[in-house]
Design a protein around this ligand. Structure first.
Ligand code: B16
Ligand code: MG
Length: 214
């Protein structure tokens, strides 16, 4: 049985996983720290300060806490500059159809994004009012893979985690969904996301009839 869908945002509903990558890449280049796509894979779904910790693992010197905060703020400036200009055409194909199908089936819908910029991004994508609840990452204390964010979404929707399906593009997110006692659909590379209960290559390939009894 499934009563609710809980969506990750970056990398699931739009291609901002790439936007995050470019912002980190720019920062890494500026401070002379090596940074490759493989490093970025580990940062997906991971919150801002923990992402910076991953980036600085390859730094040749220590960065004290105040400097870390300044670097994270700089990356966020680059990211916000980029998403400030995002318009609804940046929504992945199939999102509107999927949300409409979910509504027809009576499912509740939430967004569980680790991003503190999620509200701005959802507004710019024109889908802010499509969800019953958007978890505010600023009110959380534990990042994915901790289940807190998915449990908060289920709680706000008034449903048991057991009847929720979480939809994620990151390994940290899939681990968080499972730790919350939910089923996980991965969006992306089936080899990378093998812990998920099912994997689709992109959101346009997600057919609710495969997962939800009509
Ligand atoms: P911000 P998601 C996550 O969003 C991103 O995957 C991750 O790369 C990013 O570091 C994190 O949000 C925090 O974002 O710096 O904007 O607060 O995938 O959980 O929607
Ligand atoms: Mg994501």
């Amino acid at each position: 049985r499934c009563d609710a869908l809980i969506f990750d945002l970056d990398g699931v509903l739009t291609d901002t996983a790439e936007t995050h990558y470019r912002a980190w890449r720019r920062l890494a280049d500026e401070i002379g720290v090596p940074f490759a796509r493989a490093d970025n894979e580990r940062m997906k779904g991971v919150d801002r300060m923990a992402s910076l910790d991953i980036l600085l693992q390859r730094a040749s010197r220590d960065y004290p806490p105040a400097e870390r905060l300044a670097l994270a703020a700089r990356k966020n400036e680059y990211y916000v500059q980029d998403i400030g200009g995002i318009t609804p055409d940046r929504l992945f194909d199939g999102v509107h159809a999927l949300l409409a199908d979910a509504r027809r089936r009576g499912l509740k819908l939430a967004v569980a994004s680790a991003s503190r910029n999620a509200a701005l991004l959802l507004r710019n994508l024109g889908i802010a009012d499509k969800f019953d609840h958007v978890v505010d990452a600023a009110h959380l204390s534990r990042a994915k893979p901790d289940p807190e964010i998915f449990l908060a979404a289920a709680h706000a929707l008034g449903v048991s985690p057991a009847v929720c399906i979480g939809i994620e593009d990151s390994l940290a997110g899939i681990a968080a969904i499972h730790a919350a006692g939910m089923s996980a659909i991965g969006v992306g590379d089936a080899g990378v996301l093998s812990p998920a209960d099912a994997v689709v290559p992109d959101i346009a390939h997600l057919r609710l009839s495969d997962f939800v009894i009509p």
